[in-house]
Design a protein around this ligand. Sequence first.
Ligand SMILES: *Cc1c(COP(=O)(O)O)cnc(C)c1O
Length: 305
Amino acid sequence: MNNMNEIFPEGYAWIDGKFVKLAEAKIPILDWGFLRSDATYDVVHVWQGRFFRLDLHIDRFYQSTQKLRMPCQMNRDKLKKILAGCVKKAGLESAYVEMIQTRGVSPNFVRDPRQASPRVMAFAVPFGWILKHEDFEKGLDVLLTDIKRIPPSSVDPTIKNYHWMDLVTGMLNAYEKGNDTAILVDENNNITEGPGFNLFCVDDEGVFTPDYGVLEGITRQTVFDLAKELNIPISKTPISIEQLKSAKELFATSTAGGIMPITKVNGELIADGKVGINTRKFHKIYWEKHKDSSWSVSINEILSK
Ligand SMILES: *Cc1c(COP(=O)(O)O)cnc(C)c1O
């Protein structure tokens, strides 16, 4: 057996009503979350002791559980204390914090999902990046795959979900070819998103992001909010492969790393291959907002209430 300390990062979880070390956080094999990916989750980050836009993440989590017809029974204050507690117990200054609700286990393994008792859990691990801070100037080199993202007519992409086989296949293809990550397309070959990030494209008209077939990221929403402050025109619209390749700037957005430049697609440079001016502006103001109390809240403030 592997040494658990080599598998699990330093981190803490909350499960079955208790805080435990990550290695001790386990779910039953009969949980639908495991057997059927019948679960929803959300990820919020903590930067230098402060959660960023926590209420928006919790709103989306509650909405996801409602859309899956298993509305979360835990109230907001309790959920916040659990999330903050995981970070505190793990002793992390900056963290990636995940809340999960699975369908749970049904009595005697009956097939009716309504019979199951949903299970809420959470964990905190050290902050993770899709593109590391030190690689910012280099940017991401993405593989544009011909894999079609699961269409919204099959699985509602606005529910943050674990139906990741399309995304994981994209990642495997990307890593095999030496790219950093992958982008998937929709049924009309317009671009959608990648494994855990949304996409933005900048041209002479402004800033654009796909309007269809994607998770509505909180970082994506944040870019819209920041664009207003920066007076930059922005909209949601279909983006073709040609538009992607001929963009002036491309960037990815995710709670796992914020605003991250994409400088290459399939090994070919986007514009001159340098980080674009708009990407830089968004990146700078995005991190500045992490200290602003109208956008962030400290762990200690949550725990002391
Ligand atoms: C979480 C996620 C994103 C990014 O959303 P944020 O709220 O900005 O972290 C984008 N796409 C998918 C499929 C995701 O799961």
